[in-house]
Structures are given as C-alpha cells and as structure tokens.
Design a protein. Structure first.
Length: 249
C-alpha cells in the first residue's frame, strides 16, 4: 500500500487562518444527498473546516487526518470526534457512515486502498464526495505573476501528486455510481494582500523549497503583485472547485 505523505504539519497553524473556506452552497448540497444524516466521516480533515461546517447537519462527525499538528489546530465542536488515522485503514466499525467527504486531500491517498476502506465503513447507499480547488484567479496582471511563481519558481518542488489538482481530479479513478450535479461551485473571497501572502505560505511545495534555500520566494512574488494591488486594497479572489460525487450501492 502506498504510504500517504504528510506535508502539512509545519504550517498547520497557518492552515486554520489562511486556507480558503468552502462555499456554504456546496456544503448544504452535500448535506442533502444522504438518505440519513446520522454519521459523517470527513477524511483528511486538516483544520476541520468541513467537519465543523457539516456538524450541524449530522448527529455524529468523525474527522481524521494523518497530521497530529493539523488535528491540534482543528475546529472543536461537541459532536466532532477527531483522530489521527490514515485514510486507507481506520479503526471505524463497518457500515457506519452516511456521508464520506474528502476535501483537497484525495490526491495524497492510495486510491485503491482508500476506496476499499470506504466500501467497508460506508452504509448501503451512502454518499462519497471528493473535491478540490484549482489555482486562484484574481486579475490578468496578477494571474501572470502567480502562474509564473506556480510553475517556474515553486513548480519543481511540488510533489508528483499535484498533477491531479492541475487535472481537476480527472486523472483520479472513481469506481462508483457518479451523481450528476447540475451546477458549478467556486470559492469566491474578498482578500487583502496580506491574506494572499498568508495563503501562499501554506503551500506544501514552499516547505520543500525552504529546506534548500535561505530566502522565502513568497516575499518576492508578493512585492511584484503589490504593484497591481496596493497594501490596503481589497480584491476579489476566486478558486474553481471540481467534484466527484458517487453513491455506494
């Protein structure tokens, strides 16, 4: 079984502060899909963003991540039970979950092993929803700078799994009955420049870069972007969301 990579402990505190929040419309749609809303598993929960948002719709939420530091900073709720576990092998009972969610984490998993575990722990007709978001878009001038930073500066330091994000998860197998979702979703935010800077500092590729270099390349790209932004100005930032949703029969 492929060993799941753990790339997010060092910057776990930044994740909770700077990672973009998923739109309420997406999460509401997911909450309405299961036949029952008794038990949710949020796998690769990170800072617990999805688990916390969906906790009001489910009696019990189990949220897992392989990073102890991510769990340390996760959002606490009375009905959320966090644990440090691999996606591919858990301590959960069989036939337990009505909905299983994986947000911006599926590309790190051993697909076959994870899907086998999903089939074990999911109830009949349960829903599996995996999604991610692509490279942010701001404006024509700023996007050029971000694209160059993404591909040329930090590009060589991305793990090979990043290709699945670039491919909008079309390169990830999905051996379940797919559900047709008749609308698209995006993360649309109002950010100041320091929020963009904080987000760029959460990238896993940056942590690998910093192990080989003495200076942080985020500082340079932010100075370049500032010419088109302004320190106090607020700009619209958009991340496209891509989805795979299926029913386990």
């Amino acid at each position: 079984m492929k060993r799941t990579k753990e790339n997010f402990s060092k910057q776990a505190h930044l994740y909770r502060k700077f990672r973009p929040q998923y739109p309420k419309a997406l999460l509401q749609m997911l909450a309405e899909l299961p036949e029952n809303n008794v038990c949710l598993w949020d796998c690769g929960t990170g800072n617990g963003q999805v688990a916390a948002a969906l906790s009001t719709a489910f009696k019990t939420v189990r949220a897992t991540d392989i990073s102890t530091e991510q769990i340390k900073y996760a959002i606490p709720k009375d009905n959320i039970h966090y644990s440090v576990q691999a996606a591919e092998k858990t301590s959960f009972d069989a036939n337990q979950f009505d909905l299983i969610t994986v947000a911006q984490a599926m590309h790190w998993f051993d697909f076959d092993a994870f899907y086998k575990e999903v089939q074990r722990v999911a109830k009949k007709n349960a829903i599996l929803a995996i999604w991610g978001y692509g490279l942010l878009r701001i404006s024509e001038e700023i996007d050029v700078l971000i694209d160059d930073y993404y591909t040329q500066i930090i590009g060589p330091y991305w793990d090979v799994e990043r290709k699945h994000i670039d491919n909008h998860y079309t390169s990830i197998p999905f051996p379940f009955e797919s559900l047709e979702i008749n609308r698209s979703y995006s993360i649309d935010l109002q950010w100041k420049l320091d929020e963009l800077e904080g987000y760029l500092n959460t990238w896993s590729s940056l942590q690998k870069y910093l192990r080989e270099h003495a200076t942080n390349p985020v500082d340079t790209v932010i100075k370049q972007i500032e010419a088109y932004w302004g320190k106090e100005e607020i700009k619209e930032v958009s991340f496209p969301i891509f989805l795979k949703i299926g029913r386990l029969t």
